[in-house]
Design a protein around this ligand. Structure first.
Ligand code: SF4
Length: 246
């Protein structure tokens, strides 16, 4: 629900007393705290469309982005099996797009307008669908909670999150239908089995070891083929922003 406070946020810089009090936010608003962009256990897979949009933002090829360590082949945890991973194309995390911005006095996403669909979906998919206790967990236990508005209008706001999520999901599904068979044809989707972990520290060590092992391999040929493939398709250049659904 678009409230006057939100309109004011769009028009004017936020005073600090508001910035520090997430309860005051009427709706989610990314404040670039970067937890989701810097935690190495975060997994951000990329569709061919995501890669095409990042190439446009950087004015570089996918091969260039791979050689600069911005994108690559990474392990993605199987949501149903704790100890299994599948290799896929993704962003290197901690993400190299987090760059210090003089004007804002902090690190922000330097490709925000061109960021991947998975970056756009977090935490919108949680706010759109999750039960209230999970949303409160997000607000209280994650730094991202600083930007999540949870007030008496939340169920009204949820309808906006659902519409925004729906628009993004439509695009990601379309692009996945194109990307997944292509990545499979490159022999990319391999299963990796790692020791089961019990703690977050273990998780981190396991992911770091898998990433380090994959980084020893040279995937240049894969990214040359991706550059050829993205030239053959048309992708949406400008993805929807949540403001369009208010
Ligand atoms: S592309 Fe931007 S939003 Fe996505 S992980 Fe990188 S810094 Fe974060």
């Amino acid at each position: 629900m678009l409230s006057m406070v939100y309109i004011e946020h769009l028009l004017y810089p936020m005073p600090n007393f508001i910035k520090d009090d997430y309860w005051f936010f009427p709706m989610f608003r990314c404040n670039h705290n970067g937890r989701c962009c810097e935690d190495p256990t975060t997994q951000i897979s990329l569709t061919l469309g995501d890669i095409w949009r990042l190439c446009k933002a950087h004015k570089k090829s996918a091969l260039d982005l791979y050689k600069e360590g911005i994108i690559g082949v990474f392990p993605f945890g199987d949501p149903f099996k704790d100890d299994e991973f599948e290799t896929d194309i993704g962003l290197f995390v901690p993400c190299k797009h987090r760059i210090f911005n003089e004007k804002m006095g902090k690190k922000i996403c330097s490709v925000y307008e061109h960021r991947p669909i998975n970056c756009r979906l977090f935490p919108i998919w949680i706010l759109a669908e999750a039960p209230m206790n999970e949303i409160m967990d997000l607000v209280k236990n994650h730094q991202c909670g600083e930007c999540c508005g949870v007030d008496e209008d939340f169920e009204e706001d949820r309808k906006i999150y659902q519409k925004y999520k729906g628009a993004l999901v439509e695009i990601i599904e379309r692009e996945i239908q194109l990307s997944d068979p292509f990545y499979e044809s490159l022999g990319l989707k391999k299963r990796l089995v790692a020791k089961k972990s019990n703690t977050q520290e273990d998780d981190l060590k396991i992911v770091e070891k898998l990433v380090a092992d994959l980084q020893k391999e040279d995937f240049s040929e894969v990214f040359i083929k991706i550059d050829d493939e993205i030239k053959k398709h048309e992708f949406e250049e400008k993805l929807p922003a949540m403001e369009e659904f208010l």
